[in-house]
Ligand binder design. Sequence first.
Ligand SMILES: Nc1ncnc2c1ncn2[C@@H]1O[C@H](COP(=O)(O)OP(=O)(O)O)[C@@H](O)[C@H]1O
Ligand SMILES: [Mg+2]
Length: 367
Amino acid sequence: MIRLENLTKKFTPTDPPAVDDLSLEIKEGETCVLVGPSGCGKTTTMKMINRLIEPTSGKIYINGEDSSKMDPIKLRLGIGYVIQEIGLFPHMNIAENIATVPRELKWPKEKIWKRVDELLETVGLEPEHFRNRKPKDLSGGQRQRIGVARSMAADPPIMLMDEPFGALDPITRAHLQNEFLRIQKRIKKTIIFVTHDIDEAIKMGDKIAIMRKGKLVQYDSPEDMLSTPANEFVVNLVGGNYSIKRLHLIRVDEIIDRSPFTASPEGTISETKALLDKSKLGLVVITDEKKKVIGLVIPAYLKKEGEYNADIMEETGATVGLGSTLNDALSVMLSSGQGYVIVVDEKERIEGVVTLNGIMGVLQDDD
Ligand SMILES: Nc1ncnc2c1ncn2[C@@H]1O[C@H](COP(=O)(O)OP(=O)(O)O)[C@@H](O)[C@H]1O
Ligand SMILES: [Mg+2]
């Protein structure tokens, strides 16, 4: 799908090349993550792919076609680009920002505004609420979502994403990563994703390309990168502790207990006690009629006064979405101080439970 062949960029005659004889092939529908320290040539590589920068030497093939022979404007319209600085147009509202490429492509108005709303939904922002706002009225995380939505607007087969979640706090970041993984499962774009965070690379990539000083150091699947790092540089970048790193690779779906006991808030405590006696997990999840999680009961709460679950249950913030990694689940457990997390779908409905024991089991399987 995308093939880089001996790609080199020299900005000046004297400085070492920013990108140095880089060869890389990215298969259709795969996510390739470029990772490496600042200044190693990641952004320059992206800009050469969409011809914002012309290579000094080497070739880029897209679907077998030499990109230097393509019309650069047309080429760029077929490539979604999330730039490192987000780069929303401040004078345009959110809808206009997202609509940039479809407008360029002269889509009919109705189709454009329908698409804008669809994309706002996709990135988890209420269209009604966000359409007419200006970028300055949004938080960093919301702007980053808009940047991602804009890059997907004309449904390009290729996406270049340069540190798309770079400016976010760890929790929002994990959330957006998971959403993006879920979307990608459906849309199957060919993606080049840049990060300087190896954990993000392991989580997001089908393949990881480690770069150093413009050169490719190793190109492998995350599993192979972790188990057989090519050299000292990769070892240092990946860091030790292979088992712990693997938690970024395994999704909660793989160890989820899909049949935890559930009860309604109107259920009686004595029924819940009977369930707890049978429960291996030691908890009963309280859900509403739509299976939405509203709280839980653990044996300790049975001491409280009351007759119905609603009297003794406690709300829980300890939830993660489907598609989260075991590392995400573990972070939630550490911050909630509890040995379990409830896994929910995108509408907060219960999917199951993941326990600390389950995660430990995965770690022990490694030895
Ligand atoms: N327009 C430019 N002119 C001169 N040097 C540049 C230019 N853009 C990038 N560089 C240099 O090329 C190298 C790679 O930069 P970049 O691709 O932005 O790295 P990364 O995205 O990995 O942090 C750096 O040394 C940077 O200073
Ligand atoms: Mg960069």
